[in-house]
Design a protein. Structure first.
Length: 446
């Protein structure tokens, strides 16, 4: 049973119950079936966000110069505990893309240095790698594959690419890979990939944009060289807020924030030292560097403890807190995939070992024919995908991420505690209806 809210927070909430929706800000007419893209946060966390903003506006200089850093340390401590990492290795950036850029742009590339990335990399991160190949000595190597494939096959493809690069007399520098791919939404064997980086002498950068609050993570055990994760996607923190984890051994490599700000320490040169106008800090150089990165609204960073506290109230099948949320959402994603694929008469994107779906996503093939409905034209296929997404938004008061992958259309389902199976039954029938409209030619009408 769900208790009634007291002071804005429920004392106990059963995952998947209808009462959970009252804690969020959704339009009653809207079904939020795409939590994974931008996340959302509950009303108690919103109250903390606004309180931080009010505190800042009451005494701007007092708050920004003297109060904010102390409050930021509380948030850093809170997130460090749930990812099992030393607090001195944890700082905040606005989003995962910023974190990835901060790491990749901080590294110094010598001729023949190679950045490895994977076929299903997030688009903005791939463009970051390409930009670096245009502006630095870095070269890039894409690990190519097509899902579904086993974790072992993916790791083998990575090792093969490393061997080929070494055989060509080049230097494997760093590899960037996801914890959970964005589109299609699939779990990668990031733990094994991190071990392979250690084995072959590469730096490992985990793009965990869909990680914290989504799956369990122990950074001390996995021990990547760099890790970044949005907190505003799955942890119920307001946008934008992301964790950047850099173990102490690598902090000397991250000399600048993005953009470079007051905490940057130039190399020793003759002449006067560049002064920092902010109050002096006793924290390490890495933490100090990321404490003030230009003037932005840092209020979302203040909400991390409140979001973690809110999540402690959830229960499911004898579990509580993070364990309950993570177990429930993975279970719901599997069941939602079965329900929707059953309604559509299609299949779920997964491998034989079912490792790709060990997360909150399920990717369902839509009942459309690439040769018939798109005339075998990739551009037309993308146009149809865009029509599907916009039609769901404009006419059905929902949004489901649709992608074209391997000459088929896929719907990415995004499980969450405020949804139940009736929502996914509705989604299945709605997808079937809009696909029928595509088959009648409505998506390509001029």
């Amino acid at each position: 049973m769900d208790s009634k809210p007291q002071n804005g927070t429920a004392t106990s909430m059963e995952c998947g119950s209808e009462a959970i929706k009252q804690h969020f800000c959704f339009d009653p007419k809207y079904k939020n079936l795409n939590h994974g893209s931008f996340g959302t946060y509950p009303k108690p966390v919103r109250a903390v966000l606004r309180s931080a903003q009010d505190e800042c506006e009451a005494r701007p200089d007092t708050y920004i110069r003297y109060t904010f850093g102390k409050n930021l340390d509380v948030s850093r401590e809170a997130v460090s505990k749930i990812v099992h990492a030393p607090v001195e290795a944890c700082v905040f950036v606005p989003n995962a893309t910023t974190g990835v850029n901060t790491v990749l742009r901080s590294l110094v590339y010598e001729p023949k240095d190679v950045i490895f990335y994977f076929d299903t990399i997030y688009g903005a991160c791939e463009k970051t790698v390409i930009y670096l190949t245009e502006t630095t000595h870095a070269e890039a190597r894409k690990v190519e594959y097509t899902y579904p494939l086993s974790d072992e096959a993916l790791c083998d493809a990575f090792e093969k690419a490393i061997s080929e690069v070494k055989a060509a007399g080049k230097n494997p520098k760093v590899a960037i890979f996801d914890s959970i791919v964005s589109m299609p939404g699939l779990r990668m064997p990031f733990e094994q990939l991190t071990k392979l980086c250690k084995k072959h002498g590469l730096l490992s950068l985990i793009d965990g944009a869909h990680c914290v609050g989504h799956i369990s993570i122990d950074l001390q055990e996995i021990d990547p060289d760099f890790f970044v994760s949005n907190l505003h996607k799955w942890l119920f923190v307001p946008r934008g807020c992301a964790l950047l984890y850099v173990p102490v051994r690598n902090q000397h490599l991250i000399r600048s924030t993005l953009p470079t700000s007051h905490g940057f320490q130039p190399l020793p040169t003759e002449g006067a030292a560049i002064k920092n106008p902010l109050p002096p800090s006793r924290k390490n150089a890495f933490v100090t560097n990321f404490e003030f990165v230009g003037t932005i609204d840092n209020s979302p960073y203040m909400c991390v403890p409140a979001a973690i506290e809110f999540r402690k109230a959830f229960t499911w099948q004898g579990r509580s807190g993070e364990d309950a949320i993570i177990a429930f959402t993975e279970d719901q994603a599997k069941k939602a995939g079965q329900v929707v694929s059953g309604i559509l008469g299609t299949e779920i994107l997964d491998n034989e070992a079912k490792t790709l779906t060990k997360c909150n996503f399920a990717n369902i093939r839509l009942p459309l024919d690439f040769e018939v409905d798109a005339s075998g034209d990739g551009d037309k296929a993308i146009e149809i995908a865009q029509w599907l997404s916009s039609t769901l938004n404009n006419e059905y008061d929902t949004f489901i991420a649709i992608l074209v992958y391997n000459n088929a259309w896929w719907a990415r389902l995004s499980a969450q505690v405020y949804l139940d199976m009736s929502d996914w039954e509705w989604a299945g029938h709605t997808l079937k209806e809009v696909c029928g409209r595509v088959q009648k030619g409505q998506a390509l009408e001029i």
